[in-house]
Design a protein around this ligand. Structure first.
Ligand SMILES: Cc1cc2nc3c(=O)[nH]c(=O)nc-3n(C[C@H](O)[C@H](O)[C@H](O)COP(=O)(O)OP(=O)(O)OC[C@H]3O[C@@H](n4cnc5c(N)ncnc54)[C@H](O)[C@@H]3O)c2cc1C
Length: 386
């Protein structure tokens, strides 16, 4: 890759993370998923090497770089077959929000641990009755003296079982106007009233998803992140990193699947030439490669804008990058499985399970359709139907 798009430091980071990912590889991730375990060893080694916190401020133990670097880490781990989904949440969303808006105490308490991997934080915004329409969330925070009392429900929240706390997006009741305003709270895993139940997913992944019930969860004033009135701003600051990182997740998985298919197509021979010589096999693989590269370009653009402080410009690019990466990932995985014929569905080759996993990049954290809505309205100025 040229130094025009990525510096020598970026390329060195790619190579170093790729080497770490290769040491663990797909077998490690598959074993964790089958045993229902968090990829603890890889998480903690990546943390110790400074990769998990590469975007977090140096004064709190981070690498002092940005989303461009964090995205490289996740993409390369994924390309090696061992992605760390919780990177999307813990250092990218939660780390960013706390670093940018948290109080000094919150920064001291959380950032060094999020950076070295000794602490993990989940992120809960999705609600059963709100879904893609996050304006409709009803998890509500009420003041009671010095405390906050939270009530509500969340769904599909990843990694709550292994996370030390979950950053919960709620709304405060404004006593003067009766209006609800978004706000973020750090809820410790064992807080009384904070219940979780595991959702059985058709996904082979180490990270589990949970439905959460917040039933009069009492939190100290210090659990509110930053300012009560700046909740929307804080939320948006975390959403661009989330989209950029989901793009990295999709590109990494797509690259992993494509590489397996290319290896196979070079050697599998049932006629005179290896199957990769047939254009019906070669061209879709070439297209998948092009689409993954294009998605990465948009991801790099989004990360650059974000790291340069252009939150608005990054918003459009991050959405587009997530869209492009989700689609490229789904297509690459589909073609990879097909290239292997019957072996595409065997345990031995391990590609079949990526069919469901790749759909995550299309659905979460914001679905393909909601990005198309965003681009229709924000970029093209078309009218809204909802
Ligand atoms: C593996 C996984 C991990 C997840 N992890 C987390 C997490 O850690 N934290 C968290 O908060 N959430 C998490 N989520 C939730 C995820 O962000 C949501 O599933 C996603 O935002 C979609 O919401 P929904 O499932 O309620 O779908 P819905 O909003 O019900 O949408 C269903 C379908 O309708 C379409 N649709 C909805 N509205 C419109 C419209 N206006 N125009 C066109 N089409 C529309 C959608 O595109 C979608 O195809 C996770 C989900 C998965 C699958």
């Amino acid at each position: 890759m040229s130094t025009v798009l990525e510096t020598e430091e970026h390329q060195a980071l790619r190579a170093a993370v790729a080497a770490l990912g290769k040491r663990y590889g797909r077998e490690y991730s598959t074993a964790c998923a089958r045993n229902g375990e968090h990829p603890r060893e890889l998480w903690s080694e990546a943390g110790k090497l400074g990769y998990l916190g590469v975007n977090l401020p140096e004064e709190y133990g981070g690498g002092g770089s940005g989303m461009a670097e964090l995205a490289i880490v996740l993409e390369e781990l994924g390309a090696a077959g061992s992605p760390l989904l919780m990177m999307v949440v813990s250092p990218a969303i939660c780390g960013t929000v706390i670093a940018r808006f948290g109080t000094d105490d919150q920064k001291r308490q959380w950032l060094p641990g999020l950076a070295d991997g000794s602490l993990t934080m989940a992120f809960g915004i999705t609600e059963p009755d709100a879904g893609s329409n996050s304006h409709r969330i009803t998890t509500t925070a009420r003041r009671d003296g010095e405390q906050w009392v939270l009530n509500g429900r969340k769904v599909f929240v990843s990694g709550v079982d292994i996370a030390d706390a979950t950053l919960i997006v709620g709304r405060t009741e404004d006593a003067r106007t009766g209006k609800l305003k978004p706000c973020l709270f750090i809820v410790p895993r064992e807080a009384p009233g904070f219940g979780r139940s595991h959702i059985e997913m058709e996904l082979q992944a180490a990270e589990k998803q949970f439905e959460l019930v917040l039933d009069d969860v009492r939190l100290p004033a210090a659990a509110l992140v930053g300012e009560e009135d700046a909740g929307l701003l804080q939320l948006f600051a975390g959403l661009n990193p989330e989209r950029i990182m989901t793009a990295a997740f999709g590109i990494g998985m797509g690259r992993y699947a494509l590489a397996r298919a290319v290896e196979y197509a070079k050697t599998r021979q049932v006629w005179k030439e290896p199957i990769g010589a047939h254009q019906a096999i070669a061209h879709p693989l070439a297209q998948a490669h092009i689409e993954l590269e294009l998605a990465r370009l948009m991801m790099q653009k989004a990360a650059r804008l974000y790291d340069d402080g252009d939150d608005i410009g990054a918003g459009e690019a991050a959405n587009m990058a997530k869209y492009a990466a989700g689609e490229a990932c789904v297509k690459a995985v589909d073609q990879a499985v097909h290239t292997l014929g019957g072996n595409g569905l065997t345990r031995e080759y391990g590609l079949g399970s990526l069919i469901t996993a790749s759909r995550v990049a299309r659905i979460a954290p914001v679905s393909r359709e909601m990005i198309l809505n965003y681009v229709s309205h924000q970029s093209l100025g078309l009218p809204k139907s909802y």
